[in-house]
Structures are given as structure tokens and as C-alpha cells.
Design a protein around this ligand. Structure first.
Ligand code: NAD
Length: 376
């Protein structure tokens, strides 16, 4: 029986609730397809700071290094986001170091509005057009998030004696080339044009980005159509005509923002799974695109679709288990098709008995996994 070792980082806020459901579904996949998933749990983020005095302890690093794949829940929360030592905060002390450790430069974020929950979208049906099926590809280890910083606490002064702070934005040729290749490959596979998003009217790094992306297209992917679009236009186009997009390529910060807008057009960030990958080494981690949702943590109301979908991406991408991943997607589709909704995507037409909790959603998906038919 094939066995897969997964490091599970449940994280903070709703993280433990939604990772529990993803494990429930993975176990159902294991039973159906005679596979063994073994889990090693590790503290990461705020919970790790509380228990071990560091958001990314060495023991967690060892568990992640030894695993076949990493499934991560969201981290952070108000208690940690204002810790005086910036490097002890979850983003700076855990999330960015995790990305750096495995050089996970490619963040794949599917923004897919399933037909059966189309009315969860805040957009009018005529705006949704042919529907929403976008793969947003965000560069994840470069740009302004990883550049040199001057923190307010350093009390730095400029030449006029003014107190200032700094975030440097820098991209190198190899950084842009490798993410462009990932995006063009995906566009070719999906037979879709690639929308290259940029801010070249203002930013030197965007002008550089466009030069390199254009060169990659010309020399390696001449058959894939590329459309350049300013990030501000793209923000508008996503709500006025989202069905024009198939694959979008975004740098780190612009991608952070527009992928959350993707969750907005679906109606919930809880519908946003993601994979953070280094396709060259195969290393990566799988996490929802959203945060720890402190406003609903501990209430068993969060939508675990994002975490379960991230687990399905892990099955397909890391383990090559496409049929098993398809079973998970089909099982989730059936839950929506049967009329069930988590609370945040209910509509006035959703009957009370169809509004389900986090754990009920997971139960339904796990039951469906055992029933759905998937091709070989
Ligand atoms: P958030 O994404 O946690 O929540 C934004 C809104 O979406 C909230 O109303 C929340 O209830 C809702 N939401 C998010 N996920 C949901 C789900 N699965 N089901 C139903 N509703 C859901 O953003 P925030 O509140 O700005 O951030 C909270 C914390 O998360 C912050 O500390 C932030 O730094 C952190 N964060 C972590 C990650 C990560 O771990 N990769 C990513 C983004 C934010």
C-alpha cells in the first residue's frame, strides 16, 4: 500500500478547524484508493510562538524537511501581529522564512466559481458571463516582501532629518524567467491566453518584468498568446468582466492583493485553495489563500473548502494522484450540488437545514468521496 508522509501545520485561528476537515477527507481518499497518509503535526505561527517562543521552531523545520509534502493552515492574529519584535510575528518570522526555505516561488491560486453556488458571488449574473475559472499565478519569493527594509523602530532619518521607513522592491532576471515559464506552461496546458499583470507605467521593476516575460514568450512559448494589463485595470476588469481571464501572471504584492479580490468575486475567501511550489525541486506547501479569520475562529462555521481544495492540489501536484484529487473535487461539487452551504455563502434561498458547519461540510465531502465515480 502506497504511503505518504505529510507534515501538518494547523496554524492559528480557524486553521486547526479546517485542517481537521482536510485530514478527514484525505483519510476517506486513503480508504477508497488503498493509500496510507501519515501525519506529523507541528506548531507554526502564533501557536508556535506561544508554546516554543518562536513562530517557526527548529522542531517544525525538521518535520517539514522530512515530509513528502506540507499541508499548512493559515497563521496570525491580532495577538501576534503587533509583537514588538517584528521577527517574532507570524508573517516575518514564519511564513516568509517557510517560503524562503523551500524557495516556493510559484503560488497557484485557482479562482473558480462552481455553477451550483454561482449566486454566492456578489456580481450580477450578467457580469459573470461564461463563468469564472481563473488560475492566478503569483510570484512568491521576490519583490517588495523580500526586499531590504528599514523599520519604523530603527528611527532612521533621511538627509533632511525626516523619520522614514523603506521597503525595497527588486526582481532579478532568473526570478522573473522561472515564474514566467510556470505561467506560460499553465496557459498552454489550458489553451488560454496569459494575462501578464504589471504596473510598468510607474515601476522600474514592472518594466523589467515585462521585458523578461516578453522574451520568455518569444523564445520559448511563441504559440501562447500574451496580453499585458495594468494592475489597476485588472482590478476593475475582475469585477466587470471576470470571464475574460484564464491564466494571470502576477508579481508578489500585486498577486497578494488581486488573489484576495478573486475570493471577493467568488463570494468568500473560504473558496480559495492554493499551492506554493518550487516546480524545479518538487518541494512545496499547500495552504488556503486566506488568513486565520480570527473573527470566526473556534465557532465551527468556517468554510473548509479552501483547505480541502489545497489538499486536493497536494494529491495531484506532489503525489501525482490525479484520480484521487478528482474524487475530492467531485465530492465537494456534489456537496454544493446537493444544496449545502457554509454560513458565509448562504443566500436568502438557502433552506436552514442546508446550512452546514465546518465539520458537517467535512463529513459530507468525506462521505461523497467514498461514493463518487472517477475515471481511471
Ligand atoms: P482573513 O483572510 O483571515 O479574513 C478575511 C475575511 O474572510 C474575514 O471576514 C473572515 O472571516 C473571512 N474568511 C477567511 N477565511 C474564511 C473561511 N475559510 N470561511 C469563511 N470565511 C472566511 O484576513 P484578515 O482577517 O485580514 O487576517 C487575519 C490574520 O491572518 C492576520 O493575522 C493576517 O496577517 C493573517 N494572514 C495569514 C495568511 C497565511 O497564513 N498565509 C494569509 C493572509 C493573512
Amino acid at each position: 500500500m502506497a504511503a505518504y508522509n505529510i507534515a501538518v501545520l494547523p496554524g492559528d485561528g480557524i486553521g486547526p478547524e479546517i485542517t481537521r476537515e482536510a485530514i478527514k477527507v484525505l483519510d476517506a481518499v486513503g480508504r477508497k484508493f488503498s493509500l496510507t497518509f501519515s501525519y506529523r503535526f507541528a506548531d507554526f505561527g502564533g501557536i508556535a510562538f506561544d508554546r516554543h517562543g518562536h513562530p517557526f521552531p527548529d522542531a517544525t523545520k525538521s518535520i517539514c524537511d522530512a515530509a513528502d509534502a506540507i499541508m499548512k493552515g493559515p497563521i496570525g492574529g491580532p495577538k501576534y501581529d503587533t509583537l514588538p519584535d517584528v521577527m517574532m510575528r507570524p508573517e516575518a518570522g514564519a511564513l516568509l522564512p517557510l517560503r524562503r526555505r523551500y524557495d516556493t516561488f510559484a503560488n497557484l491560486r485557482p479562482v473558480v466559481l462552481q455553477r451550483s453556488i454561482q449566486d454566492a458571488s456578489p456580481l450580477k449574473p450578467e457580469r459573470l458571463g461564461k463563468g469564472v475559472d481563473i488560475l492566478m499565478i503569483r510570484e512568491l519569493v521576490g519583490g517588495i516582501y523580500f526586499g531590504r527594509k528599514v523599520e519604523p523602530a530603527e528611527q532612521a532619518r533621511d538627509e533632511k532629518g525626516e523619520w522614514y521607513a523603506l521597503d525595497e522592491c527588486r526582481y532579478t532576471e532568473s526570478q522573473v524567467k522561472r515564474i514566467a515559464r510556470v505561467a506560460f506552461r499553465q496557459a498552454r496546458q489550458r489553451n488560454s491566453p496569459l494575462h501578464n499583470i504589471h504596473k510598468a507605467n510607474v515601476l522600474a521593476t514592472s518594466r523589467f518584468w515585462n521585458l523578461i516575460v516578453q522574451d520568455v514568450q518569444k523564445t520559448e512559448f511563441p504559440g501562447v498568446e500574451m496580453r499585458n494589463m495594468l494592475v489597476d485595470s485588472a482590478a476593475t476588469a475582475l469585477v466587470t468582466n471576470p470571464s475574460q481571464f484564464g491564466v494571470m501572471l502576477l508579481e508578489n504584492m500585486q498577486g497578494d492583493i488581486l488573489t484576495d479580490e478573486g475570493g471577493g468575486i467568488l463570494g468568500s475567501l473560504g473558496l480559495m485553495p492554493s499551492a506554493c511550489l518550487n516546480p524545479e525541486t518538487g518541494r512545496g506547501y499547500y495552504e488556503p489563500a486566506h488568513g486565520s479569520a480570527p473573527d470566526i475562529a473556534g465557532q465551527n462555521t468556517a468554510n473548509p473548502y479552501s483547505q480541502i481544495g489545497s489538499a486536493a492540489m497536494m494529491l495531484a501536484i506532489r503525489f501525482g494522484l490525479q484520480r484521487e484529487a478528482d474524487a475530492v473535487w467531485a465530492a465537494m461539487l456534489k456537496v454544493f450540488g446537493d444544496g449545502y452551504r457554509t454560513g458565509e455563502i448562504k443566500t436568502p434561498n438557502t433552506p436552514l437545514e442546508k446550512i452546514v458547519s465546518t465539520s458537517q461540510f467535512g463529513d459530507l465531502v468525506a462521505e461523497n468521496v467514498s461514493r463518487v465515480e472517477v475515471g481511471r
